[in-house]
Write a protein that binds this ligand. Structure first.
Ligand code: URA
Length: 296
């Protein structure tokens, strides 16, 4: 309403009418209440971020924004929901129960950043479990582990080693994609140690559900989630460890190390090493008894 003209939107059409004196205008706080109600109904609390809001909206405007009170209310509500939801790993060792519960995990900030939780997939009673780092861009969008370029490389190596992907269970040390937005691109970021720790209860629960005979870690992040931050793949590849999580535990290169290799020779060498390690895992399953060593 203005003193000269008014505009009315009925949800379908916009009509213009005569002006109205101030005395006929609804009181400010009535309008503001209406706006707050609208805001509460449409605002997604998962996106409430007071810090960003204050950063982006000039202070002069903030004074005149009735939704500001609602926003901070919602940010508090969001924190409460997040705390309640944080990493409640069910006691159940049913993979479907675990998978469902992991959907809302907010044990680390990646739950808010990623599109969705990418839980492990594969045979419910797989004898071999493979553990990667974290979902990549494609995995994050599709909701399945190892379906992007690294997954295709892994599929090739599995085939060459004579292992059927459907017989294996494949998961990640961290179940949400960590990335840095650069323009329209999302650049992969290695998960932080706190993310690895926050996600470990899910990984352990998966293993308790499956009880595999062999665990093969792909790359440093997965290996370190089990054996500590100082563990290196380079020094430990080729050894078969005795661990509480499976009769045999081994580590290999991550398939993305093949994709990132600086030249053809390095690419071929890394790929061969991965295939060899997969064959070692497969031979153990076929009855070959490995020489087990204790982790350092
Ligand atoms: N890299 C991983 O470690 N895991 C995936 O699921 C995909 C790429």
């Amino acid at each position: 309403l203005t003193p000269d003209e008014s505009a009315h939107w009925d949800g379908e059409a916009l009509r213009y009418g005569p002006g109205a004196p101030r005395s006929e205008a609804p009181r400010d706080d009535e309008l503001e209440d209406l706006f707050r109600t609208y805001y509460r109904a449409t605002y997604n609390p998962a996106r409430a971020n007071m810090r960003l809001f204050r950063h982006h909206v000039p202070q002069d405007f903030q004074r005149d924004m009735p939704e500001l009170t609602v926003l901070s209310e919602m940010a508090t509500a969001k924190r409460k929901v997040a705390t309640k939801e944080a990493a409640v790993v069910p006691a159940s060792r049913s993979l479907s129960t675990l998978r469902e519960a992991a959907v809302t995990c907010r044990a680390c900030p990646l739950g808010e950043l990623a599109t969705q939780t990418v839980f492990g997939e594969g045979a419910r009673k797989a004898r071999l479990v493979m553990v990667g780092e974290q979902p990549g861009d494609q995995e994050d969008k599709q909701g399945h582990p190892f379906v992007g370029p690294a997954g295709q490389m892994l599929d090739r190596a599995l085939e060459e080693a004579g292992i059927a992907r459907e017989d294996v269970y494949i998961t990640n040390a961290v179940k949400h994609f960590n990335y840095r937005p650069v323009g329209k691109k999302r650049l992969h970021q290695k998960p932080e140690w706190s993310h690895v720790e926050a996600c470990r209860p899910w990984l352990r629960a998966e293993l308790e559900a499956i009880e595999p005979e062999v665990i093969l870690c792909l790359g440093a992040t997965a290996s370190q989630s089990f054996l500590g931050r100082r563990f290196t793949v380079l020094k430990n590849r080729g050894r078969v460890f005795e661990t509480p999580w499976a009769k045999a535990f081994l580590v290999s290169y991550h398939p993305s190390a093949i994709l990132r290799a600086p030249d053809d020779e390095a690419r071929e060498q890394t790929y061969r090493a991965l295939v060899d390690d997969l064959k070692v895992a497969s031979n153990i399953l076929a009855g070959h008894t490995p020489q087990l060593v204790a982790p350092d």
